[in-house]
Design a protein around this ligand. Structure first.
Ligand code: ATP
Length: 239
């Protein structure tokens, strides 16, 4: 598999503190890469840099779709136009807008008939959203809001989908449902970088995994191997 994203020596911080220390990370096209690690390890900060919400202090973010480019420090709207789309932690759907309006925001630059076609595809994947298209998003359950946030991202037809803690605050059955959809997306050829505290769900679905500890990559490798690593089972899998 060829690489879609290559992060080299990425250093990130807030104020005077560095919180991510020169990490390297590669995402192969058509794969799921999971980035796991405890609270405050720097996972969300890395996603913020990848989607242009934060300027790196050093390093390169090479996006290899079409003409390869170092997108480190590029504006968020330009990165989104390249096809890197993030589903943020805590979903962040627009509570006062309807489900349909939230979905359409994901494809705001696409022509009308194309928006309708994409919405149909999203509704086919998430039938529960189809039943609630006219309902205000704020009234959806947590699991439905996660589906809406993912549906909104899929409306942009992402080349690289960034998922931040999709399991957060959801009941185990819903987590299972969400992760089975993530696995479907990969089977259909999507490339996904998944940030999770739920290591067992994340490792179950991923091809490759990175374990981040206080801003440094502690372990990396095939997800199945990482899941068997005694350090990981003790620290993250509660076994
Ligand atoms: P979580 O699962 O809790 O979101 P995380 O691995 O995503 O954890 P980050 O949110 O990236 O971790 O945070 C990494 C470090 O950066 C933490 O020490 C955090 O306190 C700090 N941090 C995060 N956001 C800010 C901010 N806006 N200003 C200052 N420090 C921040």
């Amino acid at each position: 598999m060829s690489d879609l994203l290559r992060v080299e020596g990425l250093r990130l911080g807030y104020g005077r503190a560095d919180v991510v220390h020169a990490i390297d990370l590669t995402v192969a096209r058509g794969s799921i890469v999971s980035l796991i690690g405890s609270n405050g390890a720097g996972k969300t900060t890395i996603l913020r840099a990848l989607s242009g919400l934060m300027k790196p202090r050093a390093g390169a973010i090479r996006f290899l779709d079409g003409t390869p480019a170092d997108i480190a420090g590029e504006a968020a709207h330009r990165i989104a136009r390249r096809g890197i789309v993030q589903v943020p932690e805590g979903r962040q759907v627009f509570a006062n807008l309807t489900v349909a309006e939230n979905l359409r925001l994901g494809a705001y630059h696409a022509p009308g008939p194309e928006v309708a076609r994409r919405q149909e595809a999203v509704v086919a994947r998430f039938p529960r959203l189809g039943e609630r298209l006219g309902q205000q998003a704020g009234y959806l359950s947590g699991g439905e809001q996660q589906m809406l946030a993912m549906g909104r991202a899929l409306m942009a037809e992402p080349v690289l989908l960034l998922l931040d803690e999709p399991s957060m605050g959801l009941a185990p059955l819903i987590v299972e449902e969400i992760f089975s959809i993530i696995a479907d997306l990969r089977r259909e050829g999507r490339t996904i970088l998944l940030v999770e505290q739920n290591a067992s769900a994340a490792l179950g679905v991923a091809d490759t995994a990175y374990v981040l500890e206080t801003g440094r990559i502690r372990l990396q490798g095939p997800a199945a191997e990482i899941a068997r690593n005694p350090e990981v089972t003790a620290a993250y899998l509660g076994l």
